[in-house]
Structures are given as structure tokens and as C-alpha cells.
Design a protein around this ligand. Structure first.
Ligand code: ATP
Ligand code: MG
Length: 398
């Protein structure tokens, strides 16, 4: 006899009615996909999802810890409501554990059960004390045996693992994520995914100033993110012509600001075309000249599409730690040329003005170049860690 199921405790499930049903439906779909090769059975009641596994639960738990919408995962054994059977099962299970002290914590989800929580605690602890060397320690026990009394059964558990929290992917729409190849944007993407927001990515490439190697780097980053979203599309915008036009027509201190205004315009346009409800990026207030609040406001002024900045107030050390945890850090630090670094002005404006930007922008026909960028975008689909489709030229809005 051993633990045979996982009890999934839902994440931020304060919602009721239809939203609750959607939460559970989306989550169960994502769970089934994440563990499809393990031969598990997935069921649910009103409060939990249950995953019955055939043998080793650890690789399954590892996968489930990356599925958004899960608060906790308990390794459980579905025992009987019959108190004598329950006592025997509790004894068998606790014998599998290592330690010298224990405590029983009963919870009555079903208030009609004949024993109250204290009664269950006493019955199970008595059985264990009579048949093992274990001692009770209510303050700092080596083993905590939980007994969750429900309408159909009593679930026994003594191991709980944390999940990613948040909402199931797909609950909160899709955004166009600006993915650069640096450290920050993959982490921002991960935070969105954990919140249940799907992503599609946009990258601004400036060949021949940036090399094609950056595309491999981006697909490697996306492969890591596939753990959270199985299929992610990467749109590569040919940005060189527009960028050169900026450097020919705009005074150097304003180049980065105007370049970023163009990026926002392009992200919005492509995002709307692909049914996104906003743009997202890895900006963090104060990190560089283009990310001072004054700068952000001037850049943001070109769009009224929502812009989500998951890292707006994060410290770089925390971002780096997260990048390590999600497996993107080592990929991000591979040397590469970013379109921003190549054309880096010596003295970028930290308080750029909107009217000045508009004045410089009036000097060249960026609108046509934006249309060309959108028209010539190349898209790659990365699914479950593999590039499955490379469309040379996709049909885009004219
Ligand atoms: P990152 O580490 O994500 O590259 P960063 O600290 O280098 O961020 P910037 O280069 O100023 O900061 O870029 C801020 C954000 O703008 C990035 O996090 C990313 O979302 C977006 N961005 C920058 N360059 C590109 C690019 N070439 N393609 C797509 N998005 C970009
Ligand atoms: Mg960057």
C-alpha cells in the first residue's frame, strides 16, 4: 500500500459561478497536456482535481509544479470513511515515513461525518501510538499526517508541494510579448504565463547589424517557455530600414526614444491583428536611459493599447535569480548583438519630450516603413520544444 493520487489545490480561486467552472476546465485541460505521457487519470470534484498515477509520482509533480493555477499538490491515499479501515490505512502509511515524532491533522470537509476533527485526530494517533515507536509532538513533528474527510472518502497525506499559483493559462487572454534575447524579457514572459496570460512574441531584428544567431537564441529561450505554454509564436520584424531612417533623421539623443516608439507602434499593430489584448515587455523602471519613468511615458504615448511591464519594479538580482530558475539565464547571456546596443547613442535623453519626438518623426515617412515591417514579418512556431513551422512570409494586414 502507498500513496496513489495527487490532490491539486486550486490557485487564486476566489471566483465563483461560470468563472470557477472555466478555471477548473482550463486547468484540467492544461494538467492533462502537461502529464500526457504518464498514463494518469484526471478527475475533479468541486474543490480539487485528482490525478491518479500508475507508479512514480515525482516526475509528475515536477511537471505539475510548472502548470499555472495550482497552489499546492498533495500526495494522497484515498482511504475509507469507515473509521477502522481508516485507522489501519493511517498506520500503514505512517510506517513508510522516516522520523521519530508525528502529529495528525484532521480536516472535516464533510460536516456530517460522525466524528469531529478532534475525534479523528485521537482515533488515528491512538492507533499509531499503540503500534509504532513514534511519539506525538504537536509543535515540531517530523511527520504530519493529514486526514481530509470528504463526502466520498478520507484522503490521507503527509507530503505537500508548492505549485506555481496564479491562474490557468488561457483564462486571461493573450498579449504580444516584446522578446529581445536579453535577461529580462524571458522572465517577464514567464510571469505573464504564470498569471494565466498567453503570449505571442515579437522581435525586432536589424540584419546585417544583428546576426541570424539571435533567432536560434530566441527559439532556445522559447523552448524553455514551452513548459508553461506548449505553442508559442515568434514574429521577427525586419527593423533595419526603419532604424537607419531614424538615425538619419533624428538627433542622436532622441534616437532610442523614437526607436522604442516605433517598437510599440509595431507591437500594437501586430498584436491587434493577432487578437492580443495588450503589449508586454521586460522594462524595469530606472534600469537604463530609455526606462526612466519620464522616458517610459513619452514612449508609451504612441499607444492606448494596454502595456504590461511585469518587471517594472523588480531588482536585477531577483530577475537574474528567476531567469536561472526557469532555465533562460544561460541562454540569455550568450553573446549577441541587439538592435538597441548597435545603434546605442552616447548620450541618450533621459527626459525626452513628446512634442520633440513628434517633431522629429514628422521629418520622415515612418508610416510606410511600419507597413513594410508588418508586411515582411517572418513567423516561427515553437511547440513542445521544437520548431514546427517556419512560414517564410505570412499573410499580414496591408
Ligand atoms: P532585456 O534584458 O529583456 O533585453 P534590457 O534590460 O536589455 O531588457 P532594453 O534593451 O532597454 O532593456 O529593452 C527593454 C525591453 O524592450 C526588453 O525587455 C524587451 O521587452 C524590449 N526589447 C528591447 N529590444 C528588443 C528587440 N530587439 N526585440 C523585441 N523586444 C525588444
Ligand atoms: Mg535588451
Amino acid at each position: 500500500m502507498n500513496y496513489d493520487s495527487l490532490m491539486i489545490h486550486y490557485g487564486e480561486l476566489s471566483t465563483k459561478g461560470e468563472n470557477r467552472k472555466q478555471f477548473i476546465r482550463e486547468l484540467n485541460k492544461n494538467i492533462r497536456h502537461a502529464i500526457k505521457e504518464f498514463g494518469c487519470t484526471v478527475t475533479n470534484d468541486h474543490d480539487h482535481t485528482y490525478v491518479k498515477f500508475p507508479d512514480d509520482p515525482m516526475p509528475i509533480i515536477d511537471r505539475l509544479q510548472k502548470v499555472s493555477g495550482i497552489q499546492r499538490i498533495s500526495l494522497v491515499y484515498k482511504s475509507s470513511r469507515d473509521i477502522e479501515t481508516l485507522k489501519k490505512d493511517a498506520l500503514e502509511l505512517i510506517k513508510l515515513e522516516e522520523g521519530k515524532t508525528f502529529k495528525v491533522v484532521a480536516k472535516r470537509g464533510d460536516k456530517t461525518y460522525p466524528l469531529d476533527s478532534h475525534g479523528v485526530n485521537v482515533a488515528l494517533a491512538g492507533m499509531i501510538l499503540r503500534n509504532t515507536e513514534l511519539k506525538v509532538d504537536v509543535h515540531n513533528p517530523d511527520i504530519v499526517l493529514k486526514a481530509d474527510v470528504r463526502k466520498d472518502a478520507v484522503y490521507l497525506s503527509s507530503h505537500t508541494y508548492y505549485g506555481a499559483g496564479g491562474y490557468p493559462l488561457g483564462m486571461n487572454g493573450k498579449v504580444m510579448m516584446m522578446l529581445s534575447g536579453g535577461i529580462d524579457s524571458p522572465v517577464a514572459a514567464y510571469l505573464l504565463l504564470r498569471r494565466g496570460i498567453r503570449i505571442e512574441c515579437i522581435h525586432f531584428a536589424a540584419p546585417p547589424y544583428t546576426s541570424d544567431a539571435v533567432i536560434d537564441k530566441l527559439t532556445d529561450i522559447i523552448k524553455q517557455l514551452n513548459v508553461y505554454q506548449e505553442d508559442i509564436k515568434l514574429n521577427i520584424i525586419p527593423f533595419t530600414k526603419l532604424q537607419l531612417a531614424i538615425y538619419q533623421n533624428v538627433p542622436e539623443p532622441y534616437c532610442i526614444t523614437i526607436m522604442r516608439r516605433m517598437m510599440y507602434r509595431l507591437a500594437e499593430k501586430l498584436g491587434k491583428y493577432h487578437h492580443c489584448i495588450g503589449i508586454a515587455n521586460g522594462e524595469s523602471v530606472g534600469q537604463v536611459a530609455s526606462q526612466t519613468l519620464d522616458s517610459m511615458i513619452t514612449i508609451n504615448n504612441v499607444t492606448n493599447f494596454p502595456v504590461i511591464r511585469p518587471l517594472a519594479v523588480s531588482d536585477k538580482v531577483d530577475i537574474i535569480k528567476m531567469a536561472g530558475n526557469i532555465g533562460t539565464f544561460d541562454i540569455s547571456i550568450r553573446p549577441y548583438e541587439d538592435c538597441c546596443t548597435i545603434f546605442k547613442p552616447k548620450k541618450p535623453k533621459t527626459k525626452p519630450r513628446i512634442d520633440e519626438c513628434e517633431f522629429y518623426e514628422s521629418k520622415f515617412d515612418w508610416q510606410t516603413m511600419i507597413e513594410e515591417c508588418i508586411h515582411d514579418v517572418k513567423s516561427i512556431l515553437v511547440r513542445d520544444g521544437e520548431v514546427v513551422n517556419f512560414a517564410e512570409k505570412e499573410q499580414q494586414p496591408s
